[in-house]
Design a protein around this ligand. Structure first.
Ligand SMILES: Cc1cc2nc3c(=O)[nH]c(=O)nc-3n(C[C@H](O)[C@H](O)[C@H](O)COP(=O)(O)OP(=O)(O)OC[C@H]3O[C@@H](n4cnc5c(N)ncnc54)[C@H](O)[C@@H]3O)c2cc1C
Length: 565
C-alpha cells in the first residue's frame, strides 16, 4: 500500500496522532492534551507501557525544582559541562542543548498539570565522574502509584518483568528488599514486611497482581491515569500501518484497528514512539555488533515498526547512534519449565560488590566490573566477547546473592539444579565445568586478591568512581568494590551475555523532535521521540535514566512545537 494511495478521505481527524504508548508516546500525548491539542494515542498491543513499564523508571532530568526540594540542587549548566566532558565532540550538541533547556520545565509542567510525580534521589550518582557530574538530584524516581485508581484499566498496564516481582505479582523496591529478606532483623523491617504483604494479599482478591506499583510501572500508571483524566482516547490493538502524505507532508496515518483500517488525519503532526529497534532482526543485523545476544529486553511486540516504516516509506535518515547503536546490560538467563526464559539484568546488586570478578573464556578480566551495565558490555564488545562469567566464592553468594540467587543464598540449590549457575569444589573444577581456561582464571583470582589487599585495582581501576563506590559495599573499608576470593571452595560461575535495554541508533531528529531525511531536511508533519529517535548522547551512557529522560523531554517538546507551529 503506497503512502499516497489513501487520498483525502479520513475516518478521524485530530491535531496530534501519537503512535506507541511508552514513556515517549504517553508523554507526547499527555503534553499535547495539556497544551490544548486534540490528541489520539494508538498502541499496537492491548497494554500501555512498552519497555518503560518493565524498567527502573529512573528519569535523568537536570536542574529540576525537585532537586532543590530534595536538598541536592542541580543545574542545567552543570549538566551541560558534564555532557561536554562525556559526549565531547561526537555531535548532537543542538539536541542536548534543547534537552537541557527544557528538562526542568517539562517535568514541572507535567507535575503541575497531571498526576505524573517524581522525587529527586538524594544519592544516585551519574555513571561517570567528571566536571559537572552529580551525586544526587539529577536522577528522578517515579513516585509509587496506586493501581486501584485506574479501576478496570489497571489490567491494561503492562506488568513488570517477572524477575522484579515476588509472591506472584508484588513489586519490591530496592530500599524494601533488605526488610523483606530479613523481616525479623528489626521492628522497622517487620512493619515494612507486614504492611507490604498484607496489602498484597488484599490486592490479590480482586486483581491479577499487586496494585502498589513502583519504578517504570508507576510512571506508566501515572501517565495512563493522567491521559484518562484528560479524556485522551487510546486505541488499543491498533498498530501503525502506513503514513498518509500529501505533497511531501505527512498529514496523517493509516491505523490497523480491530474494526479494520482507519485513516486518521493529524493536523499538527504524527509522533513516532514505537520503542526503537528492539526486536527488528533487519535493523539489529544492520546496526548492532555481533556480540549482542539475539534477543532484546523489550516486549517481543516492539519490532522496530516506527524506524522501519519511516526509513522505508519516507526516506527518513537512520542514524547509527554514534559510539554504539544500542545501550546494553549484562544479563543472565534461566530456562523455565515451559521452555521460555527469565532474563536477569545485572544492573547494580551484585557486579559492583567486593569479591566478584568477570572473566572471558581465557579466564582473564576485561573490564571494571563496577562500571555501568552499558560500559561493562562495551568492555565485552571491545574484547570480542559474546559471553562472560561472573566468578564468586561461597561467602559472596551468601552475603550479596548473585543474579536470581538472593542475598542469604536464597534459591541457590534450586537454581543450581536448573542449570542457571555452576558450582565447582575448586577453581580449576569450576573453570573446566564452564569451559574457561583454568590457568587464566587462577591468575585472575590471584591478581584480584592482591588488588584487594592493596585496595587498588591496578588493571581496571575498580572502585575509583563515585558510582562504583555507591554500588559497592559501604561496610567494606578502603575500596568498597574490592574483596578477596577465598582460597577454598566452593566457587560459582554465572554466565552473562550483553543484551540491549534500549536502542541508541534510530531516526535523526532536530531539536523540535522533527524527523530529518537523508539530506538533513525536516520531513514535514513527522516527529519521533523515545527510542525511535537516535540517542542524544551518541552511544555514551552518562547517568541513570538517560533514555527515559530524553524520551519524556522530547515528547514534551514535540507537543509544544506542534501546538505552536
Ligand atoms: C530492565 C530495564 C531497566 C531499565 N531501566 C531504565 C531506567 O531506570 N531509566 C531509563 O532511562 N531507562 C531504563 N531502561 C530503558 C527504557 O526502559 C527504555 O529506553 C524506554 O522505556 C523506551 O521508551 P519508549 O517510549 O521509546 O518505548 P516503549 O516504552 O517500549 O514503548 C513503545 C510502545 O510502542 C508500541 N508500539 C510498537 N510498535 C507499534 C506500532 N507499530 N504501532 C503502535 N504502537 C506500537 C509498543 O507496544 C509499546 O507500547 C530500562 C530497560 C530495561 C530493559
Amino acid at each position: 500500500m503506497a503512502a499516497a494511495d489513501f487520498g483525502a478521505g479520513f475516518d478521524e481527524e485530530v491535531d496530534l496522532l501519537v503512535i506507541g504508548a511508552g514513556a515517549g508516546g504517553m508523554t507526547a500525548a499527555l503534553s499535547g492534551a495539556i497544551a490544548g491539542l486534540k490528541v489520539l494515542l494508538c498502541e499496537k498491543t492491548d497494554l500501555v507501557g512498552g519497555t518503560t513499564a518493565t524498567s527502573g523508571g529512573t528519569t535523568w532530568a537536570p536542574g529540576t525544582e525537585l532537586s532543590r526540594r530534595a536538598g541536592v540542587p542541580d543545574s542545567a549548566e552543570d549538566a551541560a559541562e558534564f555532557l561536554r566532558h562525556v559526549v565531547g565532540n561526537r555531535g548532537g550538541e543542538d539536541l542536548r542543548a534543547a534537552f537541557l533547556a527544557s528538562s526542568a520545565e517539562a517535568i514541572a509542567d507535567l507535575e503541575r498539570n497531571s498526576e505524573v510525580r517524581f522525587v529527586a534521589a538524594t544519592a544516585h550518582p551519574d555513571y561517570l565522574d567528571g566536571p559537572g557530574s552529580a551525586h544526587g538530584g539529577r536522577a528522578l524516581a517515579p513516585v509509587e502509584f496506586d493501581g486501584r485508581l485506574l479501576g478496570e484499566d489497571f489490567r491494561r498496564v503492562r506488568p513488570p518483568r517477572d524477575v522484579f516481582m515476588g509472591l506472584g505479582g508484588m513489586m519490591v523496591g530496592r530500599a524494601e528488599l533488605g526488610a523483606l529478606l530479613n523481616p525479623l532483623a528489626s521492628l522497622a523491617n517487620l512493619k515494612t514486611t507486614l504492611r507490604m504483604v498484607l496489602r498484597h494479599f488484599r490486592d490479590r482478591i480482586g486483581h491479577a497482581r499487586g496494585t502498589r506499583i513502583l519504578m517504570g510501572n508507576a510512571l506508566v500508571g501515572r501517565l495512563f491515569y493522567s491521559l484518562r483524566q484528560k479524556n485522551v482516547p487510546i486505541w488499543f490493538d491498533s498498530p501503525l500501518a502506513d503514513f498518509i502524505r500529501v505533497e511531501g507532508e505527512v498529514v496523517g496515518a493509516a491505523i490497523r484497528t480491530p474494526q479494520g483500517l482507519r485513516r486518521v488525519r493529524a493536523r499538527r503532526g504524527v509522533v513516532l514512539a514505537t520503542g526503537g529497534l528492539a526486536w527488528s532482526k533487519a535493523l539489529r543485523d544492520k546496526l548492532f555488533p555481533a556480540q549482542i545476544a539475539p534477543f532484546s529486553q523489550a516486549p517481543a511486540t516492539n519490532s522496530g515498526d516506527g524506524v522501519a516504516l519511516a526509513t522505508e516509506r519516507l526516506g527518513a535518515a537512520l542514524d547509527d547512534g554514534g559510539d554504539s547503536a544500542g545501550l546494553w546490560m549484562p544479563c543472565s538467563t534461566l530456562k523455565k519449565p515451559d521452555g521460555s526464559f527469565s532474563i536477569w539484568p545485572h544492573i547494580l546488586l551484585d557486579r559492583a560488590k567486593p569479591g566478584l570478578i568477570a572473566v572471558g573464556p581465557d579466564g582473564r578480566r576485561f573490564v571494571n566490573e563496577s562500571d555501568s551495565y552499558h560500559d561493562f558490555c562495551t568492555g565485552m564488545i571491545g574484547a570480542g566477547l559474546k559471553e562472560a562469567w561472573l566468578i564468586v566464592d561461597d561467602a559472596f553468594v551468601r552475603r550479596y546473592g548473585l543474579g536470581l540467587v538472593l542475598p542469604g543464598g536464597r534459591g541457590l540449590n534450586r537454581l543450581l539444579r536448573a542449570g542457571y549457575l555452576t558450582r565447582g569444589a575448586t577453581l580449576e573444577a569450576l573453570a573446566q565445568a564452564v569451559g574457561v581456561d583454568p590457568r587464566g582464571l587462577a591468575e585472575s583470582v590471584a591478581a584480584n586478591n592482591r588488588f584487594a589487599a592493596e585496595g587498588l585495582d591496578r588493571d581496571f581501576g575498580r572502585g575509583t568512581s563515585a558510582m562504583n563506590r555507591f554500588n559497592g559495599d559501604p561496610e567494606v573499608k578502603g575500596n568498597p568494590c574490592l574483596g578477596p576470593i577465598s582460597a577454598t571452595g566452593p566457587f560459582y560461575a554465572l554466565k552473562v551475555v550483553p543484551v540491549d535495554l534500549a536502542s541508541s541508533g534510530g531516526l535523526r531528529i532536530d531539536p523540535n523532535g522533527a524527523v530529518l531525511d537523508a539530506a538533513g531536511q525536516v520531513i514535514p508533519g513527522l516527529y519521533a521521540c523515545g527510542n525511535d529517535a537516535s540517542s542524544i548522547f551518541r552511544g555514551t551512557y552518562p547517568g541513570p535514566g538517560t533514555t527515559i529522560g530524553p524520551a519524556m523531554v522530547f515528547g514534551w517538546r514535540i507537543a509544544r512545537h506542534a501546538a505552536t507551529a
